[in-house]
Design a protein around this ligand. Structure first.
Ligand code: NAD
Length: 373
C-alpha cells in the first residue's frame, strides 16, 4: 500500500493521479459515468487533480479485440494510480467457452495487479433502513467492513480437480495459506480498523481446520503491532448467525477467501440494496481497483434506470485508499446520505414507499449538487 508515502507529501504539493476507467458492459458505463463525475468534483474540491483515461473490459473488449481484456489494458492498469470499473457480462456473451467469457477479464486484472485484499463495506443509510428484510431497529446504524482474502485459500489451492479413484468419481479442492498471505491481509484489516472503531473480528473455523489455526496464530502475531485495536476471534458458523442477530456489534471483519465470499454477501443483503454496495480490491503493487458489487444488470441497461450510488460510493473508497484523501471521501458519503434523506430514490430503492423515482443521471446530478454545498 502506498498510502503512507502519499499522505506524507506536503499538503501544498499539486497531486495529479492517473485513473484508468473500465466502464465494461450493461449498466457499467452508465454508473461509471456518474461515479467519475462525482469523483472528479470531490477530488478537485480537495485540490487533487485527476487525469482520466478509458479502456475496454468484458464483453466490450471481446467485441472489439476478441478477448475480455488485452495486455495493453493490463499494462495501463499497472501504471495507473487506480482502476475504476463499472461491470462486465451480459447474455450476448453467455454462450462463449468459460475461458473467453467477460468475467475472465475481471479475474485476470485482479490477478495481474496482485489484488489480495477485497474490502466490502456494508452501510445502512438511515433513510434506507426499511429496505432490509431485517427489522429497521436491527439494521439502523450498521457500518460494517468485510476484509476478504482474495487470491489464496480454497479457490486457488492445489491439488484440485476430478479423478477416478477405485472406479469412483472423486473431486477435490485444497485450502492452503502460508503465513505471509495471512499476515498481509491481517495488516490491511488492522489498518482499516485503526481508521474506524478500532475493533477487528477475525472469522475462522479453528475448531476443525488446521488452516484456521494458523490464521489465529498469525493474526495474533500481527496484532502486537496494533495494540490500539481490540481483536476478537469468532467461529464462522456463529458469525453467520450473529451478523443477522446483532450486526451493529461488528465493525471490521477479516477472513479467508471462502468465508469472506459468503459473509460479505450476507452482510450486503442485510443492507437490502444491491445498488448501494461499493468495493475496493487492494494489493501490494499499490494499484487499487474500485467497483460496485452489482453486475451489469442487462434487464435495465440503456434505460437510465440504474442506481449509480454503488459506483459513487466506490469512488469514495478510491479517494480514501488510493489517494489518501478521507475528507473528500466523507463528503461524498455525506452527499449521498443527504440526497437519500431528501427522499430521492432510483427505481430499485422505491419499493412500496410511494416515492417517485429518478434516473441514473439525475441521481448523479443530485449527489454532485450536494457536494457543491
Ligand atoms: P446483477 O447484479 O447484474 O443484477 C441482479 C438484479 O439487481 C437485476 O434485477 C438488476 O436489474 C438489479 N441491479 C443490479 N445492479 C443494479 C443497480 N445499480 N441499480 C438498479 N438495479 C440493479 O446480477 P445478475 O443479473 O446475476 O448478472 C448480470 C450479469 O452481470 C451477468 O453477466 C453476470 O455474470 C454479471 N456480473 C458481473 C459482475 C461484475 O462485473 N463484478 C458481478 C456480478 C454479475
Amino acid at each position: 500500500m502506498n498510502r503512507r508515502a502519499q499522505a506524507s507529501q506536503p499538503r501544498s504539493a499539486k497531486r495529479i493521479a492517473r485513473i484508468l476507467i473500465l466502464p465494461g458492459d450493461g449498466i457499467g458505463p452508465e454508473v461509471a459515468e456518474q461515479g467519475v463525475r462525482v469523483l472528479d468534483a470531490a477530488a478537485k474540491g480537495a485540490g487533487i487533480e485527476l487525469a482520466f483515461e478509458e479502456g475496454l473490459i468484458g464483453g466490450a473488449s471481446i467485441d472489439a479485440n476478441g478477448s475480455p481484456i488485452t495486455d495493453d489494458v493490463i499494462e495501463r492498469a499497472r501504471s495507473a494510480r487506480a482502476v475504476f470499473l463499472g461491470a462486465v457480462g451480459g447474455p450476448k456473451w453467455d454462450g462463449l467457452p468459460f475461458a473467453q467469457r467477460p468475467e475472465r477479464g475481471l479475474l485476470r486484472i485482479r490477478k495481474e495487479l496482485g489484488l489480495f485484499a477485497n474490502l466490502r463495506p456494508a452501510t445502512v443509510f438511515s433513510a434506507l433502513a426499511d429496505a432490509s428484510t431485517l427489522r429497521p431497529e436491527v439494521v439502523t446504524g450498521i457500518d460494517l467492513l468485510v476484509v476478504r482474502e482474495l487470491t489464496g485459500g480454497l479457490y486457488f489451492g492445489e491439488p484440485r480437480g476430478d479423478a477416478l479413484v477405485g472406479g469412483l468419481r472423486e473431486s477435490r479442492n485444497t485450502m492452503v495459506y502460508n503465513e505471509v498471505e495471512i499476515a498481509r491481509i491481517a495488516r490491511v484489516a488492522f489498518e482499516a480498523a485503526r481508521l474506524r472503531r478500532k475493533e477487528l473480528t477475525h472469522v475462522h473455523k479453528a475448531n476443525v481446520l488446521e488452516v484456521s489455526q494458523l490464521w489465529v496464530t498469525v493474526v495474533e502475531e500481527v496484532a502486537k503491532d496494533y495494540s490500539d485495536v481490540i481483536l476478537h476471534h469468532q467461529l464462522v458458523d456463529s458469525m453467520a448467525m450473529l451478523l443477522l442477530r446483532e450486526p451493529r456489534n461488528y465493525d471490521v471483519i477479516v477472513t479467508s477467501n471462502l468465508f469472506g465470499d459468503i459473509l460479505s454477501d450476507e452482510a450486503a443483503m442485510i443492507t437490502g440494496s444491491l445498488g448501494m454496495l461499493p468495493s475496493a480490491s487492494l494489493g501490494e503493487g499499490g494499484v487499487g481497483l474500485y467497483e460496485p458489487v452489482h453486475g451489469s444488470a442487462p434487464d435495465i441497461a440503456g434505460k437510465d434506470a440504474a442506481n449509480p450510488l454503488a459506483a459513487i460510493l466506490s469512488a469514495a473508497m478510491l479517494l480514501e485508499h488510493s489517494l489518501a484523501a478521507p475528507e473528500p471521501a466523507a463528503r461524498i458519503r455525506a452527499a449521498v446520505g443527504s440526497v437519500l434523506d431528501d427522499g430521492h430514490r432510483t427505481i430499485d430503492l422505491v419499493g412500496d414507499s410511494g416515492l417517485a423515482s429518478v434516473g441514473c443521471a439525475a441521481m448523479g446530478e443530485l449527489v454532485l449538487q450536494r457536494l457543491g454545498k
